[in-house]
Design a protein around this ligand. Structure first.
Ligand code: SAH
Length: 461
């Protein structure tokens, strides 16, 4: 198919944006079918880009290539996937032979690796191909043998976004194996030497939140002797790293009974480590906000509190509500952190950019009478590259809550002097170092500016 678009869209596509919206298309050569290759030309009939036509999505063309014209064929797909595989070599084949092994990582991160709407995660001997658009369906016959060759595994499991209309699936079924035997049991894999299992057929995402690996490693490295609270623990990623790092106790909280059962199982898988065996692991199946309120009321204290909620802003309208939720989480979690302890506040909402997130977290803590001394910020891991503005979604703040001077209790002897109730100090202005990123969630390259603060680990991201 040949397409013409508005001048604005031409500019965006040439600038590297991977999406062509329905409303920007001014003419089409003929009605295309899902997955057809659509070639965009400018008014001078010069090539702009080529992508997959997606008639059931407002993102009507998902761009595969821009610049000089190329042929999109098996050789092109092979080269694109090979580049993605090579990018992950520091994870799959670390240069340092003493680096603990990681066999669970993202191999293809959609748009950010040049394959819009397609994710490939590897868990040891199983690969999981997740499609976010039916436009890939006609190309699977070419793609799957290439994936099999470049990412050799026993099975390739198919996962499908719920938004894909069944009529466009041509008999493909969620959870089926495209290659190899069906996967009927949780799949073992390693994350920095620790054992985990992923339910690749029914689990959230493709079975594990691979994007938080570096933050989990950072927590493991500083958990010795700590009392750790892992809120929104899911299957215990942070919990297990903390226990293996020598945490005295870990409390995992998640509203999903399946997630908590998986967290317990993942902890048991590592029980041969003396640190894990010695760690007291408690779990709560419960709503995080209500659980936090209870923990605050009980005056519980933890040396490390990790708050890693699901995306609160699934669309533009829900951004204000998401900001309130981040605020409230900080308000409830700051008081739980022991003096000198660490609060890790994470966000996976692409529509909430780092500066806004930081503002919400600082404001929330201030409501509770705390200031947050920032230690560092983290963004995306190496296997989750950011290829365009909307590709960035993950951010985390490492901070140390401290009672605001304005609200501190007067020392004995000065009690007769009632201090005027002062407003908590205004949150410090957040640096405008990250572009606004309106868009999709957890799943997502130019890279965003690197954070200007030290990172909690020296691990390359
Ligand atoms: N920290 C995890 C990933 C968290 S994903 C890791 O490192 O793997 C978000 C988790 O929050 C999911 O497991 C989901 O079940 C849970 N969740 C969603 N809403 C919740 C709520 N209101 N209260 C508690 N848990 C919730």
């Amino acid at each position: 198919m040949a397409l013409r678009t508005t001048a604005d869209a031409v500019r965006r596509l040439r600038g590297g944006h991977p999406w062509l919206f329905e409303g920007s298309i001014t003419s089409v050569s003929h009605e295309g079918a899902s997955g057809d290759l659509a070639v965009v030309f400018d008014d001078d009939r010069s090539f702009v880009a080529v992508g997959l036509f997606d008639p059931s999505s407002p993102i009507r063309v998902k761009v595969l290539h821009r610049g000089k014209p190329v042929t999109i064929d098996a050789a092109w797909f092979r080269a694109t996937i090979a580049a993605a595989v090579e990018r992950r070599l520091p994870i799959s084949a670390p240069a340092d032979p003493d680096e603990p092994a990681t066999t669970g990582y993202r191999v293809i991160h959609g748009e950010n690796d040049g394959l819009p709407g397609l994710v490939l995660d590897r868990y040891g001997h199983v690969a999981v191909l997740k499609l976010y658009t039916a436009a890939w369906v006609p190309h699977l016959a070419v793609l799957v043998p290439i994936i099999r060759e470049l990412v050799p595994t026993a099975s390739i499991v198919l996962r499908l976004a719920r938004s894909i209309p069944e009529a466009e699936l041509h008999g493909l079924v969620e959870g089926m194996s495209l290659v190899g035997p069906d996967v009927v049991a949780p799949v073992p894999f390693l994350e920095h030497g620790l054992r985990f299992e992923a339910d690749v057929v029914r689990g959230q995402k493709t079975g594990h939140f691979l994007d938080q690996r570096d933050n989990r490693i950072a927590i493991g490295a500083r958990a010795a002797g700590a009392r750790v609270l892992d809120l929104f623990s899911c299957n215990g990623g942070f919990s297990v790293h903390a226990a293996a790092g020598g945490a005295r106790s870990v409390l995992s909280v998640d509203s999903s009974p399946q997630a908590i059962a998986a967290a317990q199982r993942n902890m048991e898988l590592n029980a041969d480590r003396p640190e894990v065996a010695a760690c007291r692991h408690e779990t709560i199946i419960g709503e995080a906000f209500a659980t936090l309120e209870k923990l605050v009321a009980e005056k519980r204290r933890f040396d490390i509190v990790i708050v890693d909620p699901p995306s609160f802003a699934r669309n533009a309208l829900s951004v204000p509500k998401a900001m309130k939720a981040y605020e409230r989480l900080a308000e409830l979690s700051a008081p739980l952190v022991e003096i000198g302890g660490l609060l890790v506040s994470a966000s996976c909402s692409a529509r909430v950019a780092m500066p806004d997130f930081l503002r919400a977290v600082h404001a929330g803590a201030a409501h509770a009478g705390y200031e947050l001394d920032e230690e560092g910020r983290t963004e995306h891991a190496l296997d989750h590259p950011i290829g365009f503005a909307e590709g960035g979604y993950l951010k985390a703040l490492y901070s140390h809550p401290r009672r605001s001077r304005a609200l501190s209790i007067p020392i004995a002897g000065a009690a007769a002097v009632t201090p005027a109730p002062a407003a908590p100090r205004a949150p410090r202005p957040a640096p405008a170092d990250t572009p606004r990123t309106p868009s999709a969630d957890r799943p997502r390259p130019p890279r965003p500016p690197r954070s200007n603060k030290p990172r909690p680990t020296g691990r390359p991201r």
